[in-house]
Design a protein around this ligand. Structure first.
Ligand code: AHM
Ligand code: MG
Length: 319
């Protein structure tokens, strides 16, 4: 049987043999993975521990928080605050960044996360996940402030997501390809189950919340009309549609077998360009580059997936 590679071994090799990440970043990623493991156990217990249902509070986006949103947020804060690797953390579920308390040593990294993505799926037992991104505190800065998080996606040192589904997965990049680890729920270990993940360049699958179609701008209307026109339409292909409503699950499907994921801006709220959050969802998921000058809770339109299909969708927006 082939030798299994643990998450620790994978990261140590990135650090030691390839010199790609500093030891501090490796340790930080191991702590994030440990927190995801705890969140996975909490999600898995579900109704047995009374964690389903609404928390009775709203986040800064005005969305009702679920109990597990709050639990996942606290799990990530508690796991990461004492290790000495971080200067601060920012979360979709918190109005402002969380600075590491003075009783703990501070490090040079910033951690951003959507603690429980796809929270509308919690109570119906459909996959949810965690999305995270790691940035470095700008050079010479000793105390982190909110604006230090506002860095373009191209500055990310690492990003990843966990999927709490039939199995628990961790998909990770430190800028040297993408690896996927599966959690052995009996031993609590993460094992490398797919190295060098690549998205197929062509696809016959798309993901979009079609119930919003009347609000879409014309290029998206036209593109989706062409996708659904099938083999007799201009794209001469029958497409299939999937929408889990958990970005982690939809993106993971595309990472595995190709597709295009879209959450476009629409005409409902012109001051909110899209539903998804740039810093916690779009940047880590898509490594969106050249997104400087954004604000922390900024929303953004998202198109990502198979190379040729994303190029096609882009052409609909040109001219
Ligand atoms: P959340 O982070 O509050 O769970 O919201 C983000 C989620 C994404 O995971 C998903 O792609 C999208 O919202 C689903 O939106 P919709 O409810 O329009 O289907
Ligand atoms: Mg989310």
């Amino acid at each position: 049987m082939a030798k299994q590679i643990s998450l620790s071994q994978y990261l140590i090799e990135k650090q030691r043999e390839k010199n790609l990440i500093p030891a501090e970043l490796r340790l930080l990623l191991e702590v994030v993975a440990r927190a995801c493991k705890r969140i996975s156990y909490a999600v898995g217990k579900g109704a047995l521990t009374g964690v389903l249902g609404a928390a009775g509070s709203d986040n800064i986006q005005g969305e009702a928080q679920q109990k597990l949103d709050v639990i996942a947020n606290e799990t990530l804060l508690e796991a990461n605050e004492w290790g000495g690797h971080l200067a601060a953390m920012a979360s979709e579920e918190m109005d402002h960044p969380y600075t590491i308390p003075n009783r703990y040593p501070k490090g040079e990294f910033l951690l951003l996360f959507d603690p429980l993505d796809g929270s509308s799926n919690i109570d119906v037992n459909v996959s949810t996940g965690t999305i995270f991104s790691v940035l470095r505190l700008p050079e010479g800065v000793k105390e982190s402030l909110e604006h230090h998080f506002l860095q373009p996606g191209s500055k990310q040192l690492a990003a990843g997501y966990a999927v709490y589904g039939p199995s628990t997965l961790l998909v990770l990049t430190v800028g040297d390809g993408v690896a996927c680890f599966t959690l052995d729920r009996e031993t609590g270990s993460w094992w490398l189950t797919c190295d060098a993940m690549t998205v197929p360049e062509d696809t016959k699958e798309f993901a979009i919340n079609a119930s919003n179609s009347r609000h879409w701008f014309e290029p998206v209307q036209r593109y989706v009309a062409d996708l659904t026109a099938g083999r007799n339409g201009p794209l001469a292909k029958d497409y299939n549609m999937r929408w889990v409503a958990s970005m982690v699950a939809d993106v993971h499907r595309i990472m595995t077998r190709g597709g295009i994921f879209m959450y476009p801006a629409d005409q409902r709220e012109p001051d909110k360009p899209g539903k998804l959050r740039l810093m916690y969802e779009a940047n880590p998921m898509a490594f969106i580059v050249e997104q400087a000058g954004s604000t922390l809770h900024e929303r953004v339109a998202v198109f990502l997936g198979s190379k040729h299909e994303v190029e096609r969708a882009t052409r609909y927006h040109e001219g």
